[in-house]
Design a protein around this ligand. Structure first.
Ligand code: CS2
Length: 496
């Protein structure tokens, strides 16, 4: 029974069942060299695992995991000495205990300790997974009206935002004549390093122009591409891990076996030997980034909205619907791959095959509702940029418009049912959703007014608006029958 089980801890490691992989190093032999902002499940399932692979031979790169808002991760993992279990789901499953997060801090009540860490000369790298909205951007620029940015500009020594912390740390290092740290975005955003650099510089310039000049000259912000499907923790996982571990882990996580990390090799203060852990170091990651965001994530969001309209629960459920599976395959092969610039070395058909197989992974229950979160932030990078490229190339956007229209119908349905969206634009989206009356021209135009999602010229582009209205009308009430009809129409229309 749970009540009688010991908690996962450093002492418990020696007693774990033989099949459970444990850290290949003594926790006490490592030293914090990385501060990671946003210690959520994705970080723990991805970057922290690569670092876990390195610590036995390179103990100076352990992680201090920072949460900006919630104390949950810290409170769950601190009593476990930062240890947590990761269930890898593939043809065979593997349970592994990860030890690379050696310190956990929460900004809510440990701000001073975080700032101290950022000023620690042993820390040479700051990494981030704060999701699209954590960058506080309006378009390409820093959103200076964002409440956290307004707060941080007024009180730069007591920051709330990731940008505020990065700059507060760099400010202290400059004052103490320390070498700055590299700032590495690990978020699923196109050109993540460039965006982050721009936001940091715009913020720093408002505080201290000389500081901004120093950051501009001294700090590197490499881009990176991250990939691994990581379904949220659920009770089934907790139960399974408890059974296999024989002790209690307050927050186990899970992911598919597959993982990829491509990092631009531009570091201003040394770096872990990432290659040894299977990371691809590159000087041009834009192509990899585009392939991943536009193909995998574009298809994922498409399945999330169409599948939710059809009242399906998981990605695998959606892939079990032959028409839906055929549609996302068509979308990737015919509508996305031909219009985006992919890396020369990438075998696009094989990459798409692999994505389809990953979506079908029967070992994973990846809820569509989780992928549907934050649509207003995801749509521009995952789908709208491809639509802009297709239009520029004079190609049909009919199938891509089905994906966008499905999001609109999803928003409309949630608003009608009084269900709040997990989305920073929830209020604006719900207002638009409530004002929809089912007339495609009226409803689509109302959505297109949302500048934060649809910027000009796309929002005024007739070759986009016309098929979008058609797709929206075809999805009608979002019933499985109307969804199926609209998929057939879009595929047929594109093949003509
Ligand atoms: C998903 C991603 O939730 C989502 O929006 O599309 O988290 C996806 O699983 C990862 O990007 C895969 O690397």
């Amino acid at each position: 029974m749970a009540g009688q089980l010991k908690r996962l801890s450093e002492q418990a490691l020696a007693e774990l069942p033989a099949g459970v992989a444990t850290p290949a190093y003594r926790l006490g032999d490592t030293r914090v060299g990385i501060v990671h902002i946003g210690a959520g499940a994705f970080h723990r399932a991805h970057q922290a695992v690569y670092i876990d692979d390195l610590l036995a031979s390179h103990p100076d790169w352990a992680i201090c995991g920072v949460s900006l808002h919630s104390t949950d991760v810290r409170d769950a993992l601190r009593p476990q000495h930062g240890l947590y279990s990761l269930l890898l789901l593939g043809q065979q499953t593997q349970l592994r205990v990860i030890g690379s997060i050696r310190e956990l801090l929460c900004a809510r009540d440990e701000s001073a300790a975080i700032l101290l860490r950022l000023a620690d000369s042993n820390v040479r790298l700051v990494t981030l997974t704060v999701t699209e909205k954590g960058y506080c951007l309006a378009g390409q620029d820093l959103d200076t009206a964002h409440p956290d940015i307004v707060h941080d500009l007024a009180m730069p020594d007591e920051p709330r935002s990731a940008i505020g912390y990065i700059v507060a740390g760099l400010r202290q290092r400059r004052k103490r004549a320390l070498v700055p740290y590299t700032v590495l975005s690990c978020d699923n955003l196109a050109e993540n390093g460039h965006r982050l650099r721009r936001a940091v510089l715009q913020y720093a310039r408002r505080i201290d122009a000389a500081l901004a000049d120093w950051i501009e000259a001294q700090v590197s912000f490499p881009c990176s591409m991250v990939d691994s499907i990581t379904p949220a923790t659920d009770d089934a996982l907790r139960d399974r891990v408890r059974g296999e571990l024989g002790c209690l882990d307050a927050w186990p996580i899970q992911r598919e076996t597959y993982a990829q990390w491509v990092i631009e090799d531009r570091f201003c203060n040394g770096r872990p030997p990432f290659e040894l852990a299977g990371v691809t170091m590159s000087h041009d990651i834009a192509g990899y980034d585009r392939a991943k965001l536009r193909l995998l994530n574009g298809a994922h969001s498409t399945l999330a909205y169409l599948g939710s309209l059809m009242k399906l629960e998981t990605v695998a459920d959606a892939m079990n619907q032959p028409l839906l599976a055929a549609f996302v395959e068509h979308l990737m092969r015919e509508s996305i791959a031909p219009v985006i610039a992919l890396p020369a070395s990438l075998d696009a058909p094989a990459y798409i095959d692999a994505i389809l197989a990953r979506f079908r992974n029967p070992a994973i229950r990846h809820r569509l509702a989780q992928i549907a979160w934050d649509g207003s932030q995801k749509l521009p990078v995952r789908l709208l940029s491809t639509i802009a490229d297709a239009l520029a190339a004079g190609k049909s956007v009919a199938a891509l418009c089905v994906s966008v229209a499905a999001w609109m119908q999803f928003v409309r349905r949630q608003a009608r049912n009084g269900v709040a969206l997990v989305d920073p634009l929830n209020d604006a989206l719900t207002a638009v959703g409530r004002a929809c009356n089912g007339d495609a021209a009226h409803d689509v135009d109302a959505f297109l007014q949302l500048d934060a999602v649809f910027s000009a010229p796309l929002s005024q582009d007739v070759p986009f608006i016309h098929p979008l209205r058609t797709a929206y009308a075809a999805l009608a009430d979002g019933s499985p029958a109307s969804v199926s009809q609209s998929l057939v129409a879009a595929m047929y229309g594109e093949n003509r």
